[in-house]
Design a protein around this ligand. Structure first.
Ligand code: NDP
Length: 390
C-alpha cells in the first residue's frame, strides 16, 4: 500500500484527490489530512479514510476537531507547527493543495523527507522556487506538477530534450470577465468574480483567473519548474479550456495537450506517474466540439499578466513579494475594501516599493527570508490599498 497525505484536503483540489483515492481504497494508506476552517469535512474524511492524523491550520479549532474525531481513532492536531510535523511523517506521495503562501513550509518539510510532492500549491513555487528545487535535489525528493497547464507541459516534454524546446504556451480561459466591456470591470462584484466559465475551483483561484493573477503566477511557475527563459513563455486565451498547454520545439512542431476541464486528470497523472491509469474523466468528442478558439490576452483587460515578467526580470525574492502583495490585494477585494481593478494597481505599487528593499530582495533564499519578504510585501500592499481608498 502506498502511504499518502493530503494537505488542503478540504479544498477543491483536496476533495478531487480524495475522490481518486476513495476509488481504490486498498491501494492507499492515508497518513495525514489537513484543512483549515472546515472541521466537519476534515473529520468526516479523516475518519472515512482512517487517516493517522487530521490537522487544522487554526489552533483555536482544535477542540472542535477533537470533538468531531472522538471515537474514530484518528489523532487531532492544530496550528502551523502541527502542519509541518504532519509533513514530516513518512509518506510515499503527498498532495500539496493548501491555498497561498501557507503551503510553503509544509511542502518544504515534506521534501526534506525525500517524498514525492504533487504540487498544486503554485504559490510556493512562485515564492521560493529555487529553494524548493534545491531542497528536492538535496534530499532525493521529487516535485510533480498538478496545475493543469504544467501537468500538460510535463506530459508534452516526456522523452524530449529541454534544449530542443523553443517556447511553452500556457492557455487561459480568460475568466469571468473575458467578454465584459472594459469600463464595467471596476464595478465587478465579488459574486461575479467568483464564478468561472469552465472550471469548478476554490474561490481565491477563481477570482485570480478573472484578474489573470492566476496566469501570472503560472508564468513564473513555468519558469521555475521547467527552467526556461521568460521570453520563451507565452499565454494564449482559449475560452474552451480544452487545450491546457502547448510545447513548441526547434523543428517547428507544436505539441498540444487536450483534456476535459477536470482536475482529476492532472491529479491522477501525478498520483500514478510514471504510469498512466484509467481516470474517471470525460473523454473529449472533438467532432461534437467542432471548434477551438485562441486569442492573445488583452493587456488592458489583464494588467496583472505583465507584472509576472517584471518580477522575473527583477529576480531575487520578488516572486515572494509578488505573491504576498497579490494575496493581500485579494483579501482586500474579498473584504470589499477595494475594487476588482484595484488589485492589479495595488500589487504594482507594492512591487515598486519592494524593489527599493534591495538587500532583502537579494538576500539568500531561506524560509525565514521568504517569510520576511512576504510580511513586508503584505504591509506594502495594505498601505497601497489604504491610499487608493483615500
Ligand atoms: P480551496 O480554497 O478550495 O482549498 C484550500 C485548502 O487550503 C483548504 O483545505 C483550506 O482549508 C486550506 N487552507 C486555507 N487557508 C489555509 C492556511 N492558512 N493554512 C493551511 N491551510 C489552509 O483551494 P483550491 O483547492 O482551489 O486550491 C488549492 C491550491 O491548488 C492553490 O494553490 C491553487 O492555486 C491550486 N490549484 C487549484 C486548482 C483548482 O482547480 N482548484 C487548479 C490548479 C491549481 P478550509 O477550506 O478547511 O478552510
Amino acid at each position: 500500500m502506498r502511504k499518502v497525505s493530503i494537505f488542503g484536503a478540504t479544498g477543491s483540489i483536496g476533495q478531487n484527490t480524495i475522490d481518486l483515492i476513495r476509488r481504490a481504497p486498498d491501494a492507499y494508506d492515508v497518513v495525514a489530512l489537513t484543512g483549515g476552517a472546515n472541521i466537519a469535512r476534515l473529520a468526516a474524511d479523516a475518519a472515512a479514510l482512517r487517516a493517522d492524523v487530521a490537522v487544522t491550520a487554526y489552533e483555536d479549532r482544535l477542540p472542535d476537531l477533537r470533538a468531531a474525531l472522538a471515537g474514530t481513532g484518528v489523532e487531532a492536531a492544530a496550528g502551523q507547527a502541527a502542519l509541518v510535523e504532519a509533513a514530516a511523517r513518512p509518506a510515499d506521495w503527498i498532495m500539496s493543495a493548501i491555498v497561498g503562501a501557507a503551503g510553503l513550509a509544509p511542502g518544504l518539510e515534506a521534501l526534506k523527507h525525500g517524498t514525492t510532492l504533487a504540487l498544486a500549491n503554485k504559490e510556493s513555487l512562485v515564492c521560493a522556487g529555487a529553494l524548493l528545487l534545491e531542497t528536492a535535489g538535496q534530499y532525493g525528493a521529487r516535485l510533480l506538477p498538478v496545475d493543469s497547464e504544467h501537468s500538460a507541459v510535463f506530459q508534452g516534454l516526456a522523452g524530449e530534450d529541454i534544449d530542443a524546446v523553443e517556447r511553452i504556451i500556457i492557455t487561459a480561459s480568460g475568466g469571468a470577465f473575458r467578454d465584459w466591456p472594459l469600463e464595467d470591470l471596476p464595478d465587478a462584484s465579488l459574486a461575479q468574480a467568483s464564478s468561472h466559465p469552465n472550471w469548478d475551483m476554490g474561490q481565491r483561484i477563481t477570482i485570480d483567473s478573472a484578474s489573470m493573477f492566476n496566469k501570472a503566477l503560472e508564468v513564473i511557475e513555468t519558469r521555475e519548474y521547467f527552467g526556461v527563459r521568460p521570453e520563451q513563455i507565452e499565454v494564449l486565451v482559449h475560452p474552451e479550456s480544452l487545450v491546457h498547454a502547448l510545447v513548441g520545439f526547434n523543428d517547428g512542431a507544436l505539441m498540444a495537450h487536450l483534456g476535459a476541464p477536470d482536475m482529476r486528470h492532472a491529479i491522477g497523472y501525478a498520483l500514478h506517474w510514471p504510469e498512466r491509469q484509467d481516470l474517471p474523466v470525460e473523454r473529449l468528442d472533438l467532432a461534437r466540439i467542432g471548434q477551438l478558439n485562441f486569442r492573445a490576452p488583452d493587456p488592458a483587460r489583464y494588467p496583472a499578466l505583465h507584472l509576472a515578467y517584471e518580477v522575473m526580470e527583477r529576480g531575487g525574492m520578488m516572486g515572494a513579494a509578488f505573491n504576498a502583495a497579490k494575496e493581500q490585494a485579494l483579501d482586500d477585494f474579498i473584504a470589499g475594501r477595494i475594487r476588482f481593478t484595484d488589485m492589479a494597481a495595488v500589487t504594482e505599487t507594492a512591487l515598486e516599493r519592494m524593489s527599493a528593499e534591495r538587500d532583502l530582495i537579494d538576500a539568500a533564499m531561506t524560509l525565514d527570508n521568504v517569510t520576511r519578504v512576504d510580511h513586508l510585501a503584505r504591509q506594502q500592499a495594505a498601505r497601497a490599498a489604504e491610499e487608493r481608498i483615500g
